[in-house]
Design a protein around this ligand. Structure first.
Ligand code: APR
Length: 279
């Protein structure tokens, strides 16, 4: 379905007159990079139990027994395959262009796939962590892992889970210099989110919030849009199926971010080039 041209132009006009734009993104932005979303039909939480696999406590999970270790292996294997192939898509690159134009100040993301950083945005606030960063459970040290090294580790753990070799898993994840076992530095259900203070500050001091590809189902990340609105910001939403923040937005566009955002950025570039303030 072709998005409404008038809405694209209105969004472009608002963005081109913004000087402190902040983007707030969810899994929908990475869908066109091949990473499944969580709540769309056929999404991850349709096929895996989020409360079983979306938690963070590795040891409690492993202690659940053999049924879990095989489901965990399936989940981990799928995530490795999609993440290994994933590259930034035109939606990610459009946000980099907005930063280059001096309009976008930061990206607040719920995504853990590192695609905003790899696309080139310089200020990315990852409130649900980053799948390429490890956290030592003994000393608390955090460190990034190279993609290839992380996927090798992941495939070794999948193999051990399938053999229910839990001792082998613990030994394999004991990567820290202190000898401690490590976990992905991502936020599981019921765990505290990361950098939320920074995210709230960005929402409350921006003049426009661009909501991209999120169902708005998960607290406290889903409070970001209302905090921006309360502080007087304009709010624009792009979502492939429906507007998830109907009471909040100035413009709600139904469309894929990888298709819609580059068109809006091209209009902004024309507005900026003409020197005419469209608002
Ligand atoms: N372009 C724009 N929107 C899209 C696209 C796309 N190409 N594809 C899907 N969408 C929309 C869907 O319509 C849906 O509203 O993106 C949204 C994705 O919603 P979810 O799957 O719920 O993902 P998200 O909102 O990021 O979930 C938040 O929940 O499970 C936790 O930690 C997980 O960070 C995640 C959080």
């Amino acid at each position: 379905m072709e998005p409404d041209l008038e809405k694209l132009e209105k969004a472009a006009a608002i963005i081109s007159s913004s000087g402190r734009l902040v983007a707030f993104t969810g899994a929908g932005v990475s869908e066109e990079s091949g990473i499944p979303t969580f709540r769309d039909p056929g999404g991850l939480w349709d096929r895996f139990d989020p409360y079983e696999l979306g938690g963070g406590d590795v040891f409690a999970a492993l202690a659940r027994g053999s049924g879990f270790t095989h489901r965990a292996a399936d989940f981990l294997e799928e995530m490795i395959e999609v993440m290994e192939r994933a590259e930034p898509n035109p939606g990610h690159r459009a946000l980099v262009e907005l930063e280059r134009m001096g309009i976008l100040r930061s990206v607040i993301t719920q995504n853990i796939d590192d695609l905003h950083g790899r696309a080139g945005n310089s200020r990315v606030i990852e409130v649900h962590g980053n799948a390429y960063r490890m956290l030592c459970l003994y000393c608390g040290r955090r460190f990034m892992m190279e993609k290839e090294e992380l996927f090798r580790l992941g495939r070794d753990v999948v193999r051990m889970l399938r053999k229910e070799d839990l001792a082998g898993v613990i030994a394999r994840i004991s990567l820290c210099e202190c000898g401690g076992p490590c976990r992905l530095d991502v936020v599981g259900f019921g765990e505290p989110v990361q950098r939320m203070g920074e995210a709230i500050h960005e929402a409350r001091t921006c003049d426009c919030l661009l909501i991209l590809g999120t169902s708005g189902e998960v607290f406290p990340a889903n409070t970001i849009p209302s905090r921006a609105r309360e502080a007087g910001a304009r709010v624009i939403e792009i979502n492939a199926t429906k507007c998830c923040f109907p009471g909040l937005v100035d413009v709600g566009i139904v469309g894929k971010t990888g298709a819609v955002l580059p068109r809006i950025v091209e209009m902004v570039s024309r507005y900026r080039g003409s020197g005419v303030s469209p608002l």
